[in-house]
Design a protein around this ligand. Structure first.
Ligand code: ADP
Ligand code: MG
Length: 263
């Protein structure tokens, strides 16, 4: 079996839609593929969003990264077919500090996921920082996907994450690609959203996905039901947007594979 494709969902800003994108893109991909979502944020929002409560989160990412637990012990099924979760237990809060003194501190996730079988896609939901947890994600990943909130300050902070991408490429993971930038919380009624989207496309061009995620109350309600919006309300604008994003991601991926085969 070929290894899964691993995507880190990263942006050091909080509240930009990382977790929402990780959960809903994972669920949309799971309609056709076997998907693992890894919760690397000690807040455990992705775990909550898939209905895994705190007592059921151990062993999770902390045990995997700091105790050397085998990955198979840390993965559970979710209520969504073909979607599994590697949760963030509350102890993960200490991992950022614990990892500092550990050997191979930047490659522990990559090492832990090596040989993982049975999945086509693995999505890594990163915490809102560029610390060791995010670094581990970028080292383990084939590509980085950056959710960008469609607001006035959208582009601020992008240089920081792009520099981090370069640094990781240089030192630890030369093959790391930018999978793309996803505009989130787009508000059709607000002219600013349109202007910001135009600016971001002006700077990043084709690296920005055509699919845009609208601000949609169903998206924000779904986690309190422990469901992705694609299951909570599949006909909502948010669910449809995440389905389009998944289709576009798969299309781009297939096109790239064809190109590589020709080269
Ligand atoms: P991050 O993981 O980057 O911190 P979240 O995905 O948790 O960001 O999103 C931050 C907040 O915004 C959450 O309360 C979430 O429910 C809300 N949110 C995210 N995307 C949308 C959307 N498309 N429509 C409405 N609310 C959203
Ligand atoms: Mg989050």
């Amino acid at each position: 079996m070929k290894p899964p494709r691993i995507l880190a969902i990263a942006n050091q800003k909080g509240g930009v839609g990382k977790t929402t994108t990780a959960v809903n893109l994972a669920a949309a991909l799971a309609l056709r593929h076997k998907v693992l979502l890894v919760d690397l944020d000690p807040q455990g929002n992705a775990s909550t969003g898939l209905g895994v409560t705190r007592p059921d989160r151990a062993p999770g990412a902390h045990a995997l990264l700091t105790e050397g637990r085998p990955v198979a012990d840390t993965i559970r099924r979710t209520g969504i077919a073909n979607l599994s979760l590697l949760p963030a237990e509350p102890d993960l809060l200490g991992a950022e500090m614990e990892l500092v003194d550990m050997s191979a501190r930047e490659t522990r996730l990559r090492d832990a996921l090596a040989g993982l079988q049975g999945f086509d896609w693995v999505l890594l939901d990163c915490p809102p920082s560029l610390g060791l947890l995010t670094l581990n994600a970028l080292v383990a990943a084939d590509a980085m996907l950056v959710p960008l909130q469609t607001e006035f300050y959208a582009l601020e902070g992008m240089s920081q994450i792009m520099q981090t991408l370069e640094r990781v490429r240089h030192r630890l993971n030369p093959a790391l690609r930018l999978e793309g930038i996803v505009l989130t919380m787009f508000d059709r009624r607000n002219n600013l959203s349109e202007a910001v989207a135009g600016d971001v496309r002006g700077v990043f061009g084709a690296q920005v996905f055509d699919a845009v995620i609208p601000r949609n109350v169903r998206v924000s309600e779904a986690p309190s039901h422990g469901l992705p919006v694609t299951a909570y309300d599949p006909r909502s604008p948010g669910a449809e947007a995440y389905a389009r994003l998944a289709a576009e991601l798969l299309r781009r991926h297939r096109a790239r594979l064809r190109e590589e085969a020709r080269a």
